[in-house]
Design a binder for this molecule. Structure first.
Ligand code: ATP
Ligand code: MG
Length: 394
C-alpha cells in the first residue's frame, strides 16, 4: 500500500509578478512560513518552480501547519497535499488511499503540468484520474460546482495531490516592503489599517497615546491586546505607549476647545515620527476614513499632514464603517476594539470640534506652545513593549 507523504504546497500570486526582486520576496516568504509555525516543530522547506513546499512526512501536525501557513501574508493559497512520483500508477495509488472512507456527491480533477513534456496532457490526466475515482466512489463529475476538487500538480520529479485547499491573505510577505509606524488607538479602524500595511509587506511599529492618569488605563490594555492579536501576521511586534495627558493639559491652556482635536493629532504625528525615526520606519499609518467623523474632513487631514515630514498612509480612506467592521471581525480585533473606553482625543474637547481647520490656523495656535519641548517630552517618556508570536510552550 502506498505510504502517504503529506506536504503543504504554498502558492503565491503577486510575488510571481516581480522579476528581479523575486528571490528576495521568496526569502521573506520562506522565513515567515518558518516563523509562523516554529512552535509546531521543524520541517524542510523547499522552493520549487512557482511554489514553496513544506515537507511534513514525519511531522506530528500537518493540519496545524496548513492552518498557520494560510495566515502568512504573501500566500495566495495553501493545500494539504500528498507527494508521489509522476507516473499515473503512483498517482492512482495515492489517490486510492486518499479516497478511503470518503463520500462526496460530486467532484472534479484539476490537473496542471508545471512542465509540458509530460507524456499526458492535463485533459488526459483529468480523464484517467476521473475514471479512477468513478470506479471507487459512487459519485459524479461536476466541473462547475464540485463538492470536492482534487488538484493534481505535476512536476518532472514529483507530483502533489490535494483535496483540502484554502485561500491565504494574498499580498506580500511582511518585511519585504520595509517598516511603517502605525498610530494605534483602541478603536476599530486603526488595527485594520495596520493589518492592511502588513499585507502590503510592511513591518508595523505601533504607537499608542494614552491619558493616564486623567483617564483610566483601559486604552493601554486594549492597545496591548490588539498588538498581541496583530502579531499573528508579523510575529515580532513593538508597541510604544506614550503618555499624552500632560501634553494635552498644556495644549488646553492656549488652544480653544474646537481646535484641540486637530492640534492633538498634529502632536501625535510629530511624536510618532520621532519614534519612527528610531526604528527606520519611513511612513506613518492611521485609521482615518474620509468624512467618518468631524476630525476626518479633507481640511483637517491636510492640517494634520502639514506637520509630517514623511508620508502618512491612510489605507482605510475610501472604506465605509461597515466594510471596516467586517474586516475587523475577520481579523479578530473587533471584540477588543468595541470594549468600552475613553478616547484620549475626547479629553478636554467639546462635543463639536472644528471641521475645517487650515494648517495656517493650527500653526498660529501652536505659536504659544513650546512644540519642540513637548514633542521631546512625549517621545522621551514613551515606554517600549515587545510581543512575540507564536507563544512557545515553556
Ligand atoms: P479608530 O477606530 O482607529 O480609533 P476613529 O474612527 O476613532 O479611529 P479618530 O478618533 O479620529 O478616528 O482617530 C483617527 C486616527 O488617529 C486613528 O485611526 C488612529 O490612527 C489615530 N489615533 C487616534 N487616537 C489615537 C491614540 N490614542 N493613539 C494612537 N493613535 C490614535
Ligand atoms: Mg478612535
Amino acid at each position: 500500500m502506498a505510504r502517504l507523504r503529506p506536504v503543504v504546497v504554498v502558492h503565491y500570486h503577486e510575488i510571481s509578478l516581480k522579476r528581479g526582486n523575486r528571490p528576495l520576496f521568496l526569502r521573506h516568504l520562506k522565513r515567515n512560513l518558518e516563523r509562523a509555525t516554529e512552535d509546531l516543530g521543524p520541517f524542510v522547506v523547499r522552493q520549487r518552480p512557482g511554489r514553496i513546499v513544506l515537507d511534513l512526512e514525519d511531522h506530528p501536525k500537518p493540519d496545524a501547519v496548513l492552518e498557520r501557513a494560510a495566515t502568512v501574508c504573501g500566500v495566495a493559497g495553501v493545500a494539504l497535499a500528498y507527494r508521489t512520483s509522476s507516473t499515473l500508477e503512483a498517482m492512482e495509488a495515492v489517490l486510492g488511499r486518499l479516497l478511503e472512507g470518503r463520500r462526496f456527491g460530486s467532484f472534479r480533477i484539476s490537473a496542471r503540468r508545471a512542465f509540458k513534456t509530460y507524456p499526458m496532457t492535463s485533459v488526459e490526466l483529468n480523464r484517467a484520474l476521473g475514471a479512477f475515482v468513478l470506479a471507487r466512489v459512487p459519485t459524479r463529475v461536476d466541473l462547475h460546482h464540485p463538492e470536492v476538487e482534487i488538484v493534481v500538480e505535476v512536476l518532472p520529479d514529483e507530483t502533489f495531490i490535494a483535496l483540502d485547499r484554502r485561500p491565504g491573505p494574498g499580498g506580500l510577505p511582511v518585511g519585504a516592503s520595509g517598516t511603517v509606524a502605525a498610530l494605534l488607538s483602541g478603536g476599530i479602524d486603526s488595527p485594520v489599517a495596520a493589518w492592511r500595511m502588513m499585507k502590503r509587506g510592511c513591518r508595523v511599529l505601533f504607537v499608542h497615546f494614552h491619558s493616564v492618569p486623567y483617564l483610566p488605563a483601559t486604552s493601554q490594555a486594549k492597545a496591548r491586546a490588539l498588538v498581541e492579536r496583530l502579531s499573528t501576521w508579523q510575529y515580532d511586534s513593538s508597541l510604544y505607549l506614550v503618555p499624552f495627558g500632560e501634553i494635552q493639559r498644556e495644549i488646553v491652556l492656549s488652544v480653544p476647545g474646537p481646535a484641540r482635536v486637530v492640534v492633538y493629532r498634529r502632536f501625535m504625528v510629530r511624536i510618532a515620527e520621532t519614534l519612527a525615526r528610531r526604528h527606520g520606519a519611513l511612513a506613518l499609518v492611521t485609521g482615518e476614513s474620509l468624512g467618518q467623523v468631524a476630525s476626518q474632513t479633507l481640511e483637517n487631514i491636510a492640517a494634520i499632514d502639514a506637520v509630517a515630514t514623511r508620508p502618512v498612509f491612510r489605507p482605510l480612506i475610501g472604506m465605509d464603517k461597515l466594510e471596516i467592521t467586517a474586516e475587523a471581525r475577520r481579523l479578530g480585533t473587533l471584540e477588543t476594539s468595541i470594549e468600552p473606553d475613553a478616547d484620549c482625543c475626547t479629553l478636554f474637547t467639546p462635543r463639536h470640534p472644528a471641521t475645517r481647520m487650515s494648517a495656517a490656523e493650527a500653526g498660529a495656535l501652536e505659536e504659544r506652545l513650546d512644540v519642540g519641548r513637548l514633542v521631546e517630552a512625549g517621545a522621551g517618556q514613551a515606554v517600549l513593549e515587545t510581543f512575540r508570536f507564536p507563544v512557545l510552550a515553556a
